[in-house]
Ligand binder design. Structure first.
Ligand SMILES: Nc1ncnc2c1ncn2[C@@H]1O[C@H](COP(=O)(O)OP(=O)(O)OP(=O)(O)O)[C@@H](O)[C@H]1O
Ligand SMILES: [Mg+2]
Length: 350
């Protein structure tokens, strides 16, 4: 079903990603592949369908589950969970690794002590077979263990020729940061990776997507409404899916708009709350910058002027530079514009 709200796993449910799917599959012989794109664009769906289509054994790690300052234990718990899900295909390798215990259908990894198994050891063992190591939202691996993880990926890149890492990221700048694209000191610096950028649907594709989805429910929705929905959500599949579900359930387009803006607003507020952990002032400035951009401040001077006005104090230009840099890294804005128009509408309500 096209409107299934979970990430798709089967090709038949994945609308129009033929090109991206082929490109991903045909690059899986490489050591490192990146799937990038804004939130809700369909990266996880593309990843899961790829894994399903290729039938190569894989481990799938959802790095979004890690808290910001995660430790080795948290990371190892996450990896053992994903190893457990792949036990039928990888059990024969895993049972040979010192520090890996198998209890029925669950795998336990020693994260300290005599039997400690390092990530590089684990990768070297997995390399016995062709294995894809998929890490969803890999930028979340940044943090205190970042260096160790990157070193182990760099080691596997060079020596474990049967392994392929597929990393996705919705905070694209942070993902580049993680792999050290511009940092000569990063263990992964200078290594080739193949990037597949997942883009939004065109207007016609969005219309087809909705029509096909409504058809599956035997529902006929007025063409004018479909046009309005498509214009409002600007080709982002996740929003179109959400809208499709609410419209099928009998909600009006006005209600759907409200719901989506509320969801986006909640995400923006979470972002600001996260900044509060560092400093109240910083958080307030993030809020002001987002609000100013939503009000149309679309160049440096108007944004700077707006921030100072809202802040009621002088702000050094480096502060604004930094906020813009971070928001761009998180793929929230680019060149003074929101990448997702629903975020823009939500930010106006801040
Ligand atoms: N090509 C597609 N065909 C059908 N449904 C899709 C497609 N792409 C995305 N979707 C739907 O849109 C929603 C978001 O997709 P998905 O979770 O794969 O995106 P994502 O980029 O991983 O999002 P996030 O950044 O939030 O993790 C899901 O409900 C998914 O089923
Ligand atoms: Mg995802």
């Amino acid at each position: 079903m096209l409107f299934d709200e979970r990430p798709k796993t089967e090709k038949k449910d994945l609308f129009d990603r033929e090109k991206e799917l082929n490109e991903t599959i045909s690059n899986l012989h490489r050591p490192l592949v990146l799937l990038t794109g804004v939130r809700r664009i369909g990266k996880t769906s593309l990843l899961l369908v790829t894994l399903n289509e290729t039938r190569v054994p894989f481990i799938l790690i959802d790095a979004r589950k890690l808290k910001q300052n995660y430790g080795l234990k948290d990371l190892y718990m996450l990896i053992s969970e994903s190893l457990s899900s792949s036990i039928d295909k990888l059990g024969d390798i895993l049972k040979k690794i010192r520090g890996v215990e198998i209890f029925g259908i669950s795998v336990e990894l020693s994260w300290k002590g005599r039997k400690y198994v390092s990530l590089s050891d684990l990768f070297d063992h997995l390399n016995e077979k062709r294995v894809i190591i998929a890490i969803d939202e890999a930028q979340k691996l940044r943090g205190p263990l970042s260096k160790e993880i990157k070193e182990s990926i760099a080691h596997a890149y060079d020596y474990d020729r049967r392994l392929t890492f597929v990393l996705t990221g919705s905070e694209v700048g942070l993902l580049y940061d993680f792999i050290g694209r511009e940092n000569e000191k990063s263990p992964l610096y200078g290594r080739y990776y193949h990037e597949i950028k997942v883009n939004r649907f065109s207007k016609n594709e969005s219309i087809d997507f909705l029509k096909k989805g409504f058809n599956e429910y035997n529902r006929k929705i007025n063409d004018n409404i479909i046009e309005e929905v498509v214009d409002f959500f600007d080709g982002i599949p996740g929003w179109l899916t959400l809208a499709g579900n609410y419209l099928v359930s009998g909600k009006s387009f006005e209600e759907v708009k409200e719901i989506s803006i509320k969801i986006a607003l909640n995400e923006i507020i979470n972002l600001i709350e996260n900044k509060k952990k560092v400093s109240e002032i910083a958080a307030k400035r993030y809020r002001h910058v987002l609000k100013c951009i939503s009000e149309g401040a679309n160049n440096w001077s108007s944004l700077y002027e707006c921030l100072i006005r809202k802040d009621g104090s002088t702000v050094s230009s480096s502060v604004l530079h930094n906020i813009l840099y971070q928001l761009e890294n998180m793929s929230i804005i680019s060149e003074y514009k929101f990448l997702d128009s629903i975020y823009e509408k939500a930010a106006a309500k801040l």
